[in-house]
Design a binder for this molecule. Structure first.
Ligand code: ATP
Length: 448
């Protein structure tokens, strides 16, 4: 029997215990809604980025990458509409002074103390800063609240230098900053986060087809890396909810422990973005279509997701508590992160059965071979069962144990995190065995 995660507290505590996520500035009492990724968390993020980059860019011939600056000319934010529209409705409680997003509370009084609320005012959520030593309007700049705008601003550069033909995409991964009024739910909503965005440029009017295509591609992507299909949902925005640039938006939602919420947004942006940048910059951003001999302003479909929110969905989905038989056959409770092996931070852990030579030397020798391909871990302390449990919690898919028989038969035991099956594999074949199990091309396992 296996229990899924019902409360966020258990995940937050596992993440800290195993080195996935720590509260930022903890030794100073923490810093609101800001988190740092530890050794395993940093690796998980790398693997998520890598999976997205491979599948969005490397494995296709119609999408190329970009890595743009966080700061940009303020004209970018004027053209994009962020200076004018990127705001949330804010109310203050006159009594306890707490602040709320007006659209996130369903009553006229303060949800905390019942006090009277101020009138709603619009609060721009871009972080403003100043470039250079003088703090005046001329030196004002903004930390990007999304990575998409630099893709539009570079549309011409990328299209011409890469000689891309419509339809084609430009994708990038990078930090974004939003001065959110209400943050929370661990790494779900923070003020500094990382985005993976792709702008897919299409011939005008072909939006319906590509919008559907990208929604379906993105849902398949989550399934491919093991997210439980039953927890993934599509939600189309109604007209009143649409952002100023959008002709249609569908959210991919996930059932987090705190409820169903947005994981990724897929937006049909029409020609709003290139049109606005063309207007404000005064530069021609049209695309010349060889086939028709005409200049057109491409339309855009955008899938956009936060790396951190993605990590939260994968961690939530992977978390299981279950009863499993120990070596002696007694049932024991374990917590296991069933992360897809491609996303798991440590791929293989190596243990000598006991802390003694030559078992230690052989375990380290095998680890050295594996180290050139994956992140590995060596552990010789404590009972073997305890070491397995630690790796289960860390999400390590395979543990290799060197025992006394290994010295005679040249074989080791490889234990599978999910099935608990222990295979006896010869040391000469170990690397090929692991390569097959950990290959990027492997099919996703059916989620348990
Ligand atoms: P929300 O409705 O949750 O505020 P949004 O619709 O404003 O999100 P988008 O502008 O569509 O979000 O951003 C695209 C993606 O970026 C989201 O689907 C989410 O994965 C991620 N994201 C947005 N804001 C945050 C945040 N404050 N913290 C972490 N991730 C975020």
């Amino acid at each position: 029997m296996s229990d899924n995660l019902k409360s966020m507290d258990k995940l937050v505590s596992l993440c800290k215990r195993r080195g996935y996520v720590y509260p930022n500035s903890e030794i100073y009492g923490g810093f609101a809604s800001t988190w740092d990724y530890g050794p395993l968390g940093a690796e998980l993020l790398i693997n998520i980025r890598q999976a997205w980059w491979r599948d969005t860019i490397t494995a296709r011939d119609d999408v190329v990458g970009l890595n743009s600056a966080i700061l940009s000319h303020p004209g970018v934010w004027q053209a994009s509409g962020h200076l004018e529209h990127f705001s949330d409705p804010l109310v203050d409680c006159k009594q306890c002074k707490r602040r709320f997003r007006a659209d996130q509370i369903d009553r006229d009084a303060c949800p905390e103390c019942d006090g009277e609320l101020t009138d709603v005012r619009q609060f721009n959520t871009m972080f403003k800063t100043f470039v250079g030593p003088v703090e005046d309007d001329a030196s004002a700049a903004y930390l990007r609240p999304e990575t998409a705008q630099a893709i539009f601003a570079n549309f011409r550069n990328v299209q011409q230098s890469s000689r891309m033909k419509l339809p084609f995409g430009i994708a990038q991964i990078g930090k974004a900053f939003r001065n959110e009024i209400t943050t929370g739910n661990f790494i779900f909503r923070t003020r500094e986060f990382e985005m993976m965005e792709m702008e897919y440029f299409i011939p005008p009017g072909e939006d319906e087809k590509w919008f559907k295509y990208w929604i379906s591609e993105r849902i398949s992507w989550y399934r491919r890396y093991g997210l439980n299909s039953d927890k993934l949902h599509l939600r189309a925005h109604d007209k009143a909810e649409l952002a100023h640039y959008s002709r249609g938006t569908t959210d991919i939602e996930y059932d987090y422990p705190f409820g169903r919420s947005e994981l990724e947004g897929v937006a049909n942006r029409g020609d709003y973005d290139l049109g606005r940048h063309q207007e404000v910059s005064g530069r021609d951003l049209t695309y010349f279509d060889d086939a028709t001999g005409q200049h057109v302003l491409p339309w855009v479909v955008e899938p956009s997701v936060g790396v951190d929110r993605c990590a939260l969905a994968f961690l939530t989905d992977a978390y299981h508590e279950e009863e499993v038989p120990s070596a002696s056959g007694k049932m024991q409770r374990r917590t296991v992160l069933r992360l897809d092996p491609r996303l798991a931070p440590v791929k293989v852990a190596f243990f000598p059965l006991i802390k003694r030579e030559p078992l230690q030397a052989l375990a380290k020798e095998l680890q050295d071979l594996a180290r050139s391909e994956w992140l590995t871990y060596y552990d010789e302390t404590g009972a073997i069962g305890r070491r397995y449990r630690r790796q289960d919690e860390a999400g390590t898919p395979y543990c290799v144990t060197v025992d006394f028989d290994s010295l005679e038969d040249g074989a080791v035991t490889v234990r599978d995190r999910d099935t608990l099956v222990q295979d006896r594999i010869s040391t000469a074949e170990l690397m090929d065995y692991l390569r097959e199990k950990l290959a990027w091309s492997r099919e996703a396992k059916t989620p348990a």
